[in-house]
Design a protein around this ligand. Structure first.
Ligand SMILES: [Mg+2]
Length: 239
C-alpha cells in the first residue's frame, strides 16, 4: 500500500529551467548596463557555459564570468552586484509552483499521503525556493544535497528520506522529471517511480524503467480520484 509520495523540486514542482533562463537574461542585461563591453547575448551565453561546466547550482557564476574581462575593481564590483540584484529580483518574481501543483498537493494531503522532497539543490536554496513558491508547509521530510553529500541517482538521499518517513521502499512513490537521476535513483533505492514528462527534455528510448509517467502534474490526482485503479497499480495487479 502506498503511504507517501516524494517529489523532486526543480522542474517537477517548479519551472526551474524557465526561471534560470529569465534570471540569466536579466543578469546579462544588468552587467552590460553597468558598463561591461560585450553584448547581452554573449554575456548570457557565458553564464550558461559556466552552468554547463560547474553545474546549474554553482554559486560563483558572475564573479567567474567577470574575471574573464579583466575589469578595474570598481567596474568589476558594479557589474557583479548589478547582476546579483537583477538575478534576485527575477527570482522573487518568478519562482512559482507549476500549474495545478497546489490543488493536487492539497488533494493528496487530504487523502493522508505523506509528502516529501528529495532534491539535489543545497539546503538553503531548496528552502528559499519552497518559501518563494508558497510550498514550504507541504513537505516533511525535505532531503537536500547538503543532508547526504550525494547527488541522485545515488540511493543515499532516497534512503535518508525513507528512514525519516519510517516506511519501506515499496510504500513510497517518487515523482521526478530527470530520468537518469530521478527514476534510476529512486529505483536504486527500491521506490516506485513516476516520470514527470512535462519537465523532461530527452526521454526518448529511455521509457522502460518507471512504473508510471504523467504529462501534467494534476494527473497525480487520479491517485485520489480512482483509489481502486490506483491500488491495483500500486500493488502491481494487472487488469
Ligand atoms: Mg528536476
Amino acid at each position: 500500500m502506498l503511504k507517501a509520495i516524494l517529489f523532486d523540486l526543480d522542474n517537477t514542482l517548479l519551472d526551474f529551467s524557465g526561471f534560470k533562463r529569465e534570471t540569466a537574461l536579466a543578469a546579462a542585461k544588468a552587467m552590460k548596463q553597468a558598463g561591461v563591453k560585450d553584448s547581452q547575448k554573449n554575456l548570457y551565453g557565458k553564464i550558461y557555459e559556466i552552468y554547463e561546466s560547474k553545474g546549474i547550482e554553482y554559486q560563483n557564476t558572475f564573479e567567474d564570468l567577470l574575471l574573464t574581462y579583466g575589469l578595474e575593481p570598481g567596474l568589476h564590483e558594479h557589474a557583479k552586484q548589478a547582476a546579483i540584484i537583477a538575478y534576485q529580483k527575477k527570482k522573487y518574481a518568478l519562482i512559482k509552483p507549476r500549474l495545478g501543483v497546489i490543488r493536487t498537493l492539497n488533494a493528496l494531503k487530504n487523502h493522508y499521503y505523506k509528502l516529501g522532497i528529495v532534491t539535489d539543490a543545497p539546503r538553503d536554496k531548496a528552502w528559499q525556493r519552497l518559501i518563494l513558491a508558497g510550498l514550504d508547509h507541504y513537505f516533511n521530510p525535505v532531503v537536500t544535497f547538503t543532508d547526504t553529500g550525494e547527488h541522485k541517482p545515488s540511493a543515499k538521499p532516497f534512503k535518508r528520506a525513507l528512514s525519516l518517513l519510517k516506511l519501506e521502499p515499496d510504500e513510497v512513490l517518487f515523482v521526478g522529471d530527470n530520468y537518469d537521476r530521478d527514476v534510476v535513483g529512486a529505483k536504486n533505492a527500491g521506490l516506485k517511480t513516476c516520470l514527470a514528462k512535462y519537465g523532461c527534455r530527452d526521454v526518448k528510448n529511455k521509457v522502460t524503467l518507471e512504473n508510471m509517467s504523467i504529462r501534467r502534474f494534476e494527473a497525480l490526482m487520479s491517485l485520489t480520484d480512482s483509489p481502486i485503479m490506483f491500488r491495483k497499480w500500486a500493488w502491481g495487479i494487472k487488469e
